[in-house]
Ligand binder design. Structure first.
Ligand code: TMP
Length: 207
């Protein structure tokens, strides 16, 4: 994996991840900020297919496979080279999103989705995953207030789906207690940012 550090950020939609990641990056050296699904051309193309509002016929397993394919390409083209250069890679979503959204909320099965993802990522798991926890009602309210943000096919899911996503993440916190840390994302931007930065800096100090 090289000498870099792979850190991922997770959470329901509207938790504020994307903004906080950018703020954290400004306080670190030698950092790459990237996101899933996408960040590179082939993965962005796959992202468009997954999230297009007209693709309502998409089967949940197809959705899981497409996310895994986009993940693979992004990992090979972007994440691995940066880690080999010793960078800190801050990635907006990774395998846990597939486990929570497709595995749990869509009902494909968390074990099944983990299996196909292991094929995609081999053994490349993050050193730290920060999970931004928020009530779906508040998350969706934030999305609706953020006029510049795109509304995608998954944003259009009903509230029950978003509650399931959150439940899925809570299961993952139990599955991966050493890797995943939960942050309460209902606080102010500055509170969430300070807590996140502290966690990231502490992890960067550990061997
Ligand atoms: P974003 O809004 O964070 O860019 O993510 C796009 C949507 O894709 C979001 O609703 C979460 C969803 N998603 C999955 O369902 N599975 C995945 O594996 C990933 C990476 C994202």
């Amino acid at each position: 994996m090289g000498n870099g550090t792979f850190i991922t950020f997770e959470g329901p939609d509207g938790a504020g991840k994307t903004t906080i990641i950018k703020m954290v990056a400004e306080h670190l050296n030698n950092v790459l900020v990237t996101r899933e699904p996408g960040g590179i051309d082939i993965a962005e193309q796959i992202r468009r297919v997954i999230l297009a509002k007209e693709n309502t016929a998409m089967d949940p397993r197809t959705e899981a496979l497409l996310y895994a394919a986009a993940r693979r390409q992004h990992l090979i083209e972007r994440v691995k080279p940066a880690l080999a250069e010793g960078k800190v890679v801050l990635c907006d979503r990774f395998v846990d999103s597939s486990l929570a959204y497709q595995g749990y909320a869509r009902g494909v099965g968390m074990d099944e989705v983990f299996t196909i993802n292991q094929f995609a990522i081999e053994d490349m798991m993050p050193k730290l995953t920060i999970y931004f926890d928020i009530e779906p009602e508040l998350g969706l309210k934030r999305i609706n207030n953020n006029k510049g943000r795109e509304i995608n096919r998954l944003d259009l899911e009903n509230l029950a789906f978003h509650h399931k996503v959150r439940e899925g993440y809570h299961i993952l916190l139990e599955w991966f207690p050493d890797r995943m840390v939960k942050i309460d994302a209902s606080g102010t931007l500055d509170e969430v940012f300070q807590t996140t930065l502290k966690l990231v800096k502490a992890k960067l100090k550990t061997p």
